[in-house]
Design a protein around this ligand. Structure first.
Ligand code: SAM
Length: 279
């Protein structure tokens, strides 16, 4: 039984980091006419109201997207993402936030395809409703970690896979790495994004070691903390492993990460990025 609902967390600093990376990677894929496939293994509901009870209860978006909403000094690499959030809001007021499926749906072109997996039946029903019908989009109420392997390699031979588990169960940390390894074995040139929360630093260090042990090459890691790591429950930071990143991504993140720290967590925040495995 899944209890995680992303509606409580939509638009928080971790979503901002993840979604900026997704938008930058799709912008890069869009530079060539050739079609591609996007697979979102943990799609969520697709879009969220920030003025409803769930988002208001945690108020997490206040430290995330709300801090970017009226900024006039956004770095170039952040502007496209913020513009997409503006598009989903019909007025100057921030009341809605796009999930990864909405961003993907908006950025893919006629020749591209997207497949979304969401296991929670209620969120899957919302997802179907939120993604206006586009013939090249499929949603599945199935396990995305099993589903993605069978889809590799895509016929298009170009593609992006986003793996964004809720890490409700501790096995997710190992399983996502094992799926990454299997999917990459079938589609070595694909771009794979794996999001992770930092709740227990040792768990993430173990995950980094596990990712390295897969033998996959060309992996970058980007992380953004809103406070120093602390023991007990709660997320101090979140990060992304990016396999086969666009060559432009590191330079863009060099602008984006310090800016996010400045506007979202100027006193206690920090960032790091590194080449986890070279090309
Ligand atoms: N990717 C979304 C976004 O950025 O807007 C947020 C996804 S949320 C962090 C994780 C989602 O994965 C939850 O909605 C949860 O119900 C769903 N989920 C959990 N396990 C799953 C699985 N094995 N396959 C597909 N969906 C799963």
């Amino acid at each position: 039984m899944l209890s995680y609902r992303h509606a409580f967390h939509a638009g928080n600093p971790a979503d901002v980091l993840k979604h900026v990376v997704v938008v930058r990677c799709l912008a890069y894929l869009n530079q060539k006419e050739k079609p591609y496939l996007v697979v979102d293994t943990h799609a969520g509901a697709g879009r969220y109201r920030l003025d409803d009870a769930s988002a208001q209860k945690t108020g997490e978006y206040q430290q995330g997207i709300a801090r970017l909403w009226h900024r006039q000094d956004l770095p170039e690499a952040l502007r496209g993402y913020v513009q997409l959030v503006k598009e989903i809001n019909s007025s100057d007021e921030l009341t809605q936030y796009p999930g990864s499926p909405w961003l993907i749906r908006t950025l893919i072109r006629e020749q591209d395809r997207a497949i979304f997996y969401e296991l929670h039946s209620k969120d899957h029903a919302l997802l179907k409703r939120h993604l206006e019908r586009k013939p090249q989009i499929i949603t599945r109420c199935e396990d995305g970690l099993t589903g993605v392997i069978a889809l590799m390699p895509p016929n298009e031979r170009r593609g992006l896979v986003l793996m964004d588990p809720s890490y409700e169960v501790k096995e997710d940390y190992q399983q996502v790495v094992s799926v990454l390894e299997k999917a990459h074995r079938r589609f070595a040139t694909g771009t794979f994004l794996v999001w992770y929360p930092v709740v227990d630093r040792e768990r993430i260090s173990a995950m980094e070691r596990a990712v390295k042990r897969t033998g996959i090459r060309n992996i970058k890691q980007f992380e953004f903390s809103t406070c120093p790591d602390f023991p007990g429950r709660g997320m101090s930071a979140s990060g992304m492993f990016v396999v086969n990143p666009p060559w432009t991504l590191e330079q863009e993140m060099q602008q984006i990460l310090p800016y996010l720290v400045d506007v979202m967590a100027p006193d206690q925040g920090s960032f790091r990025y590194k080449t986890l495995v070279a090309e």
